[in-house]
Design a protein around this ligand. Structure first.
Ligand SMILES: Nc1ncnc2c1ncn2[C@@H]1O[C@H](COP(=O)(O)OP(=O)(O)OP(=O)(O)O)[C@@H](O)[C@H]1O
Length: 462
């Protein structure tokens, strides 16, 4: 079930959008303005926010960013208001929804916000066995530990378990435990009262409370600090949590799924992960095989992505030519399904002609990892031209940053959202940097279709 927040009056067209959304199963909340909308976002957590352009979309997006509330914002406005649409996208809105709303468009938005609504694609017997087992345990209440290399589909499997569980109508909330420093992770998990620490300007419900009645996925749990591991254990055993600065425990009804690409048993043996928590989480263990170990999945998953990215870019659906299929099957996919997704995305944009040919399928040879580097670094496509850090010595930080940003953008065919994701910076930061580079006369890559007259992939202005 998608949790939707609408900011704006429900009296006119937005009311119609709200009715379509609820008829498609969304759970709806409404706020009259961005300030009250922010207050709801802090306390409840949403999968999607629809904001009327009559309100300050830019303030909303930057406030969400500043408070690290990850939630896509779709701006909406009257059909003819092209300038408002451009302003909203520039302000960081993910999409623009013209009003009066189109029912199919709303359905597609809700589906995209709910994540993998289509479920995992599979043809290989190895993956079929994992999914059978997942379905079997879905209806139980036990915790499940999902392991597998980075990008194998651990979150997709967690959503699948949630969708087949008795909690399917409750929220599914995911948190990446490696993405935040310990203090922030703690308040993200358990919430805090206003003034609990400097910077806690308003009370905020944590992920445990947001997931009440549903499922909480703790992704990359192997990275969690032992002190927080103890708090998670308490939440599992007592079914209650303590907000930071809170007056007393809060009861929560949450099923925990945990995912990791580490060998947690080895982490326990090394004294880095609590044994009691490990046993508690590991009641049921599901291991997703690496993509290279389930070759029959490669082509069906590639076809799903080819369809998805053709639709998203308004391009015709094309089949893979025989040579392209052979190339996909011969690669070892160190970045697993995520790498396949990036490769197919690029191929869809690069392909010319009736079919997606082998020349559009760019496969990158992985760069050897530095000792101790997180495995997650293998998830993203590798740089086209591997460079050792030592080779950068003597260069200015600023120049290296610019080259990295532009190279990543080229690699993403000018897609800024994707580039910002890979670089780990906000779209806004990326946009500001690109403005600077352009102002200094450096050409900046643009996405195909964005600048029809400019030669791809570089345009002097974008
Ligand atoms: N079987 C599948 N069918 C369709 N899409 C899939 C499948 N498995 C993974 N994906 C897609 O591949 C990408 C990576 O999947 P996901 O985020 O679930 O991996 P992960 O193992 O959780 O990654 P990480 O270890 O980095 O957290 C996502 O875009 C997801 O939608």
């Amino acid at each position: 079930m998608t949790r939707l927040l609408i900011i704006g009056s429900l009296e006119a067209e937005l009311g119609h959008a709200a009715r379509i959304a609820t008829s498609r199963g969304a759970r709806l909340r409404q706020a009259d303005g961005v300030t009250s909308g922010m207050a709801l976002a802090r306390s409840e957590g949403f999968d999607l926010i629809l904001c009327d352009v009559l309100h300050d979309v830019s303030w909303l997006v930057s406030s969400l960013e500043a408070e690290r509330i990850a939630c896509p914002v779709v701006a909406c406005g009257r059909n003819a208001d092209a300038a408002a649409a451009v302003r909203a996208i520039q302000a960081g809105a993910k999409e623009f929804l013209p009003l009066p709303p189109d029912a199919e468009l709303i359905a597609a938005m809700l589906q995209a916000a709910a994540g993998e609504a289509e479920g995992p694609v599979h043809r290989d017997p190895a993956m079929a066995a994992v999914l059978r087992r997942a379905e079997g345990v879905a209806r139980a209440e036990a915790s499940v530990l999902i392991t597998g290399e980075s990008g194998t589909g651990k979150e997709v499997l967690a959503r699948y378990i949630h969708a087949h569980s008795r909690r399917a109508n409750g929220p599914f909330v995911a948190l990446n435990c490696a993405a935040l420093p310990e203090a922030l992770l703690e308040s993200e998990l358990f919430g805090h009262e206003k003034g609990a620490f400097s910077g806690a300007v308003a009370a905020r419900r944590g992920k445990f409370e947001q997931a009440d009645g549903g499922t909480l996925l703790l992704d990359e749990i192997g990275e969690m600090d032992p002190r927080l591991q103890a708090k998670i254990l308490r939440a599992l055993q007592e079914r209650e949590i303590d907000r930071l600065g809170g007056a007393g425990p809060v009861r929560v009804d949450v099923r925990i799924l945990a995912a990791t690409n580490r060998d947690l048993a080895a982490e326990v043996a090394a004294g880095r992960f609590r044994e009691d928590l490990f046993f508690r989480l590991n009641v049921v263990a599901l291991r997703i095989p690496a993509l290279r170990d389930r070759p029959d999945d490669i082509l069906p998953i590639a076809e799903r992505f080819a369809r998805r990215y053709a639709e998203a870019n308004g391009l015709p659906l094309r089949r893979f030519a025989a040579a392209a299929r052979a190339a996909l099957l011969s690669h070892s996919w160190p970045g697993n399904v995520r790498e396949l997704e990036n490769t197919v995305h690029r191929a869809v944009l690069l392909a010319e002609g009736e079919e997606i040919g082998a020349e559009a399928v760019e496969l990158h040879v992985p760069v050897p990892r530095a000792p101790g580097a997180a495995q997650a670094s293998m998830a993203e496509p590798q740089p086209a031209r591997p460079i050792g850090v030592a080779a950068l010595v003597g260069r200015r930080m600023e120049d290296v940053e610019r080259d990295l940003i532009l190279e990543t953008l080229t690699h993403c065919l000018g897609n800024r959202t994707r580039a910002a994701e890979i670089l780990g910076i906000s779209i806004r930061t990326l946009r500001n940097k690109l403005h600077e580079y352009r102002a200094a006369g450096t050409p900046v890559p643009v996405a195909p279709g964005q600048m029809p007259v400019a030669p791809f992939p570089y345009a002097a202005m974008g």
